[in-house]
Structure formats: structure tokens, C-alpha cells
Design a protein around this ligand. Structure first.
Ligand code: ZN
Length: 187
């Protein structure tokens, strides 16, 4: 599943640049000092240009901090670019941190023809990793709660990234058939 491609290399270099730029800088919400881990978590959640500490990320999403951290570590493990950045930052593999980590089953979603109309259609092209969730977060933020966005995402990581992101952020993935994803904005 973890294939290292030229695209992953590019994403990895971008994440490394974010780590160099933001580590030891103040959190954009509370001024506490950001760790490398906070930067990677922010990237995974769509805050790559506005990194926050884990406490502020979990407060903003109304999530339990430890639960969110567990999901983030699982997500990082699945994404070659994030995993490599993690290993280099910490000198160890993310799964060595917590022996209780195991993979969450993807939420079951219908794979037939969607019987729903999207309020907004967005073609994300081949955006991936931090860029895809960054822009997706912005689109949802601008939409009323409960509305549905149809996202077309060609990135080969999208079938893992989008369900994981929806799960972490509380937005509901109502239909998935790569490259199309229907996401209901958090109520
Ligand atoms: Zn903070």
C-alpha cells in the first residue's frame, strides 16, 4: 500500500519545508511553541498554512485530544510522505510510539449511484496530501452546515485520505467511488 513515488517525494519535500519553517514557532491560536508533531498533525487536518498545537486542533474540532492523536498517528502511518517525515523528525516509526495502534476500518459507504445532489461541485484535480484537505476545509467552512460537496480528487492517496480526514473532522462522507466523494458538511 505504501508506494514511494515521485509525487510522494515532492510531498515529502514540501512537508520537510513546513517542518523547517514552523517547528518551534508559536501556535497560530494560543502562542504555545509548536513541535514537529503539531506541524504534521496540522498538515493532515488541512492547517498546513496555519499550524496549531494539538490542543487547539482538538478544541477546534470538538474532539478528545487523545482520540484525535491516535487517529492522526494512524493516518500518518498510512501516508508514505507523512510517515517518512515523521520517521526523520523522531528517529522512529509512528507505530512504535503506541503499541495499541491498529487500523480503523473505513466507514461503510454506499458504492452505488449516489441518490443525492451536491450543493457544490469541486474538482480538486491531482491535489493531494496537505493541499487537498487545506482547500477542502476552506470550501466546507464557506458552506452552510448539512450541505453536500461533491469532490473529484484524482490523487491516488485520496481513497485513504478523504475518509480519514472526514472521520477526524466530523464531516460525513456519504458516498465514495474514487475519484468522486460526497461529503456532508458538519452540522
Ligand atoms: Zn495552540
Amino acid at each position: 500500500m505504501s508506494i514511494w513515488t515521485e509525487q510522494e517525494q515532492k510531498k515529502f519535500e514540501e512537508i520537510t519545508a513546513q517542518l523547517n519553517r514552523w517547528t518551534d514557532s508559536p501556535c497560530q491560536s494560543c502562542d504555545s511553541i509548536l513541535t514537529s508533531e503539531d506541524i504534521l498533525y496540522s498538515n493532515a487536518l488541512g492547517f498546513k498554512n496555519f499550524p496549531k498545537c494539538l490542543s487547539c486542533l482538538s478544541n477546534g474540532l470538538e474532539r478528545n485530544k487523545n482520540e484525535l492523536k491516535t487517529e492522526l498517528l494512524k493516518h500518518i502511518q498510512r501516508r508514505p510522505c507523512l510517515k517518512k517525515a515523521y520517521e526523520i523528525s523522531f528517529g522512529k516509526n509512528p507505530d512504535e510510539l503506541d503499541s495499541t495502534l491498529d487500523f480503523i476500518e473505513a466507514p461503510s459507504v454506499s458504492s452505488g449511484t449516489p441518490a443525492l445532489a451536491a450543493n457544490l461541485v469541486w474538482n480538486a484535480g491531482d491535489l493531494g496530501c496537505g493541499d487537498l484537505v487545506l482547500l477542502l476545509r476552506g470550501k466546507l467552512k464557506a458552506m452552510p452546515p448539512g450541505e453536500i460537496i461533491q469532490v473529484t480528487a484524482l490523487d491516488p492517496g485520496a481513497p485513504e485520505d478523504i475518509p480519514a480526514w472526514c472521520n477526524m473532522t466530523g464531516n460525513k462522507l456519504v458516498f465514495q467511488q474514487h475519484p468522486n466523494y460526497f461529503i456532508k458538511n458538519k452540522e
